[in-house]
Design a protein around this ligand. Structure first.
Ligand code: C5P
Length: 254
């Protein structure tokens, strides 16, 4: 929480961050529900301002390690209160007992999805699934789904067999989905009915690829079978994020 606010209530009451309940409805729900905005900032006020300005386009916000570390569980609550689904990208990876305990805490804060590394194995992923369920049940909230991270772009191992075996592990452990790069959608297509596939690393044609090695366009990802797209700098670092979001939606609508 920045010094300007002493409580979350004060933040909610600030008109600067008010989110219109009457969204313009110009983005069809089937598009909006597939778009997750990556809030890769370390300040809750900046994150809230960014999400509020793009509420019409994104049904989900992704709270990553940076924002969660800066603001803690409030970084989930602020956005669920505002009407977003929250995808908490903590990439859990530790011994099963530790993951279970951490997942129990995250399960109680209202996230819709939480990420864990599939490389951590079946027992660890199960610990995440169980911990989230216990945490959510303890406060009467719906249980968040686990999304298994298949391989990081920075991983040296990225052969198809590894990706497929991590999908199998995620499925056996009870994960709701996986995170994979667009070029890996083909290798993971046999899981499309059982696991939702969430794809980051997207850029509009001709856009800056920043530090991403394997970029694809949003339309390529959707055509390849992605269920949800994670949109980051393509929009957040655009000169005009609203115009960039409009461009993104019109590409998807064709
Ligand atoms: O590069 P961009 O700003 O679009 O990244 C958006 C989000 O997707 C970031 O939070 C980043 O951590 C995540 N990402 C990822 N795996 C990739 C590329 C990006 O998890 N291969």
């Amino acid at each position: 929480m920045t010094e300007k606010y002493e409580s979350l209530d004060e933040l909610f009451e600030d008109e600067e961050f008010e989110i219109s309940e009457e969204s313009e409805d110009n983005v069809p729900l089937e598009v909006k529900s597939r778009l997750a905005l990556a809030l890769d900032v370390d300040d809750l006020i900046d994150a809230r301002r960014l999400a509020g300005s793009l509420f019409d386009f994104f049904g989900t916000v992704k709270v990553g390690l940076e924002l969660y570390t800066a603001a803690g569980p409030d970084s989930v609550g602020v956005f669920t209160e505002a009407g977003f689904d929250v995808f908490c990208d903590l990439k859990l990876h530790d011994i099963p007992t530790t993951v279970h305990k951490a997942a129990r805490v995250v399960g109680s804060v209202g996230a819709r999805w939480v990420t864990a590394h599939a490389a951590g194995g079946e027992e660890m992923l199960k610990a995440a699934v169980d911990g989230l369920r216990e945490g959510a049940e303890s406060v009467g909230l719906p249980t968040p789904g686990v999304l298994g991270v298949t391989v990081l772009t920075s991983d040296t191992i990225k052969n198809e067999d590894t990706i497929v075996s991590r999908c199998e592990t995620a499925l056996k452990a009870g994960c709701e989905g996986i995170i994979c790069a667009a070029p890996d959608l083909k290798a993971t297509s046999s899981f499309s009915e059982k696991l939702m596939r969430v794809v980051p690393g997207l850029r509009l044609a001709g856009g800056d690829s920043h530090d991403q090695a394997r970029v694809a366009t949003p339309m390529e990802a959707i055509s390849g079978g992605a269920d949800m797209l994670v949109i980051g700098r393509m929009v957040t670092e655009a000169e005009n994020p609203i115009e960039a979001s409009e461009e993104l939606v019109s590409e998807l609508l064709g």
